[in-house]
Ligand binder design. Structure first.
Ligand code: IMP
Ligand code: MG
Length: 180
């Protein structure tokens, strides 16, 4: 897998430092709120597991799985494959995401969870790729790990064709890997 990388964009140590920083921020804001952390599968798994283990206060864990609707045109329409199981009404909810790219997934997830009437709803994303944001998407993450350039990244949960999720760092694939 290492040979398929053009560059290691964020090494493991840097990821761990940033996760610790974000977890401290979440502790400051949510330690007394018994928040529900909603992870958007699958890309978030590593980030999620690392964040919640450093949140040393009561909280609940839940997950959503969404995918883009395979229609005739790419309108960015999303569907819920698997919804959260907890009742979120009146709860303090934090969405955890791996990457904010075009913004379609997060905008959809945000509206979907908002309809469940949480007491508050915020977004924490490990990566933000603002260059790719779709016009009309105005949602800004409340907590951001790294702002990255417009490159396709893999590792630390993120995939290309379901592979590379298990890499402990975030890397940029060599173009010949996805051009073949
Ligand atoms: P969106 O374009 O903001 O809706 O992002 C949708 C999802 O695509 C993200 O949650 C990621 O799981 C995935 N994604 C976006 N950009 C990348 C990337 O560079 N590498 C791997 N997955 C990505
Ligand atoms: Mg994701």
């Amino acid at each position: 897998m290492e040979n398929d990388m053009q560059e290691i964009l964020i090494p493991t140590e840097e990821l761990q430092e940033k996760v610790a920083f974000l977890a401290r921020q979440l502790m400051e804001d949510y330690a007394d709120k018994d928040p529900v952390f909603v992870g958007v599968l699958k890309g978030v798994v590593m980030f999620y597991a690392d964040i919640v283990r450093q949140f040393n206060a009561p909280c609940e864990l839940d997950f959503m799985w969404i995918s883009s609707y395979k229609g005739t045109d790419s309108t960015g329409k999303m569907i819920v494959q698997r919804d959260v199981t907890q009742d979120l009404e009146g709860r303090h909810v934090v969405i955890l995401e791996d990457i904010y790219d075009t913004g379609n997934s997060l905008a959809f997830t945000y509206q979907h969870l908002l309809a469940k009437k949480p007491a508050s709803l915020r977004v924490c994303t490990l990566l933000d790729k603002p260059a790719r944001r779709k016009e009309g998407i105005t949602l800004l993450p409340d907590y951001t790990g790294f702002v990255i350039p417009n490159a396709f990244v893999v590792g630390y949960g993120m995939d290309y064709n379901e592979h590379y999720r298990n890499l402990p760092y975030i890397g940029v694939l060599k173009p010949e890997v996805y051009e073949k």
